[in-house]
Design a binder for this molecule. Structure first.
Ligand SMILES: C[S@@+](CC[C@H](N)C(=O)[O-])C[C@H]1O[C@@H](n2cnc3c(N)ncnc32)[C@H](O)[C@@H]1O
Length: 515
């Protein structure tokens, strides 16, 4: 029997309830719905901006993007028969949005680019956004008008406000659990077209942020705004954020609760847009990391995956666990440092975060671990890391045959990038970093938001014969698109030892016979 998931969403959304049966058995393909079936209409986007906005590409069957069938077939070919897909929340799932601000102060356009253009489409009724993001956008629009804030003009490089990032926190322990999601509060980051807060248009920035706080802050009937930040960016390229951030109003720290831990996310660090789906993925992930493992979390961001694993119950029972997080964006360190302050004191585990590029000498990060978790950007694994993962059996063989341990090599480490990464590391947990040993991972967990690059990486890893696929799960991280998040579990391939040709015995036998 299939278990069912019930979806519904609040007042601003079409009053639709959609019942979905996750395909466990019979196989996924046989459960796919024809595109015109009543179910596919029931789970349709119903967004007035569909087609003009580039955010969503698929209007029907939100509960089951077409790529799920492809993924199911792909995994089946590689031996995983029981691929599962978690449909998650279908509307109002996006808790983090970066939106361009263009047009005029009287008629500001706040939204995404039209596909293939630099024309911004206003999306006040976006069905993917958490409803409070839409409410905050309306407040912002009003403020832009009242204070004559000039939206950015890309051609001229003029104007005040370039982009806005809206991030929703649903972590409010003063509310009952079912109330928390819909009462999420919005952290607003205004990307201001100036070098700093002393520029000529700074008074408008102050006025706009005070307006947002006055109209949406804690003294309002509905407390909508969590905080207001400014980011200063004057560059002419397409990079959204500049390097300078200023906290203007409201709470400085932004907390969310996923995978069993409170996580702090600064506006400058990477955060998953679909908070609830990410939570489901993390709980599933816990199952695949045995207690007592040493884990490398590569492409770690603020270390959410590694820290969630470190606090999983298994770890606390077994008391031997280490987690190394490797991340190239140094801004994420601050969020990691705040998050570890809320971890349980009793955590008997070594946890480190390293500011490093996982593609540079990747062996140094995976050596001494049992489990490697990778969560790369959409483009997939860096080639150097993939090659090292594929060479794990031969490296292991070489290490076994060599009497010199890599640990003694590590003592004399002189490579500047490794030394720099060690200097910039942060340590947490009651345990000191365990002595490095020469173990190499037995399990690889690949979390992917880029299906096409994942397929290539997966085929390459499997054809190296170092790994085999054990399990695979999909999560509906981006309803309205044909993208999914994949959690794939690989284990080291067991190489059957060839039977020794018993040459000597045969010779012996022959000899016996000869006698
Ligand atoms: C998809 S995000 C995942 C972040 C984190 N695992 C999470 O769920 O919050 C990918 C992360 O990889 C980082 N990254 C990209 N290239 C990297 C590299 N070569 N080495 C280390 N980190 C990298 C990015 O800065 C980003 O934080």
């Amino acid at each position: 029997m299939h278990s069912s998931t019930l979806f519904s969403f609040g007042a601003r959304y079409p009053n639709i309830t959609c019942r979905v049966s996750p395909p466990v058995s019979p196989p996924v393909a046989s459960l796919s719905l024809p595109s015109s079936s009543p179910d596919s209409l029931a789970c349709s986007l119903q967004c007035p901006h569909f087609q003009s906005c580039s955010g969503c590409t698929h209007e029907l069957n939100l509960q089951r993007p077409a790529v799920v069938d492809e993924a199911s077939g792909f995994f089946k070919r590689y031996g995983v028969e029981d691929f599962t897909f978690d449909s998650c929340r279908l509307w109002g799932w996006r808790c983090r949005a970066k939106l361009a601000v263009r047009g005029t102060s009287d008629n500001a356009l706040i939204g995404l680019y039209q596909e293939g253009t630099h024309s911004v489409v206003d999306i006040p009724e976006c069905k993917a956004h958490h409803p409070n993001i839409n409410a905050a956008i309306e407040l912002l629009r009003e403020g832009i008008k009242v204070f004559d804030v000039v939206p950015f003009d890309e051609d001229q490089g003029t104007g005040d406000l370039r982009y806005v990032q809206m991030a929703v926190t649903t972590h409010s322990t003063s509310l009952r659990a079912p109330e928390r999601y819909k009462n999420g509060k919005v952290q607003v980051s205004l990307v201001w077209n100036s070098r700093n807060e002393k520029s000529h248009n700074a008074d408008k920035l102050q006025a706009l942020s005070s307006f947002l706080w006055r109209k949406g802050g804690p003294n309002c009937k509905f407390h909508l705004i969590h905080s207001v930040w400014a980011n200063f960016q004057t560059s002419t390229n397409n990079i959204i954020f500049g390097n300078r951030w200023r906290h203007l109003l409201g709470e400085r720290d932004f907390w969310e609760h996923v995978g069993g831990i409170d996580i702090s996310l600064d506006p400058s660090s990477f955060g998953q847009a679909n908070t609830r789906a990410f939570d489901s993925l993390l709980w599933k992930l816990h199952k695949y990391v045995p207690g007592g493992s040493s884990v490398a979390d590569l492409y770690a961001g603020a270390g959410v995956i590694g820290l969630s694993l470190a606090t999983s119950r298994k770890c606390r029972q077994e008391h031997i666990f280490s987690v190394k997080c490797i991340e190239v964006n140094k801004e994420a360190r601050l969020s990691f440092e705040k998050t570890i302050q809320r971890l349980p004191n009793s955590l008997n585990c070594s946890i480190t975060w390293h500011h490093a590029d996982a593609s540079v000498n990747p062996l140094s990060w995976i050596i001494g671990t049992d489990v490697v978790v990778v969560d790369p950007p959409r483009r997939g694994l860096d080639a150097s890391l993939r090659q090292i993962l594929e060479s794990v059996p031969s490296i292991e063989k070489r290490m076994k045959s060599s009497s010199q341990s890599t640990r003694s090599n590590a003592k004399e480490e002189k490579r500047p990038w490794i030394l720099r990464a060690r200097e910039l590391s942060v340590q947490a947990g009651n345990k000191l970093t365990p002595e490095e040993n020469n173990t190499l991972p037995q399990r690889l967990i690949y979390i992917s938001c880029g299906w096409e690059s994942f397929k290539e990486d997966c085929k390459s890893l499997l054809s190296s014969r170092a790994w085999e696929l054990e399990k695979a799960h999909g999560f509906n991280f981006f309803p309205g698109t044909d993208s999914i998040e994949v959690l794939a579990v690989f284990k080291r391939r067991v190489v059957m030892k060839k039977k020794k040709k018993s040459g000597v015995k045969k010779v012996g036998l022959k000899k016996v016979r000869a006698k």
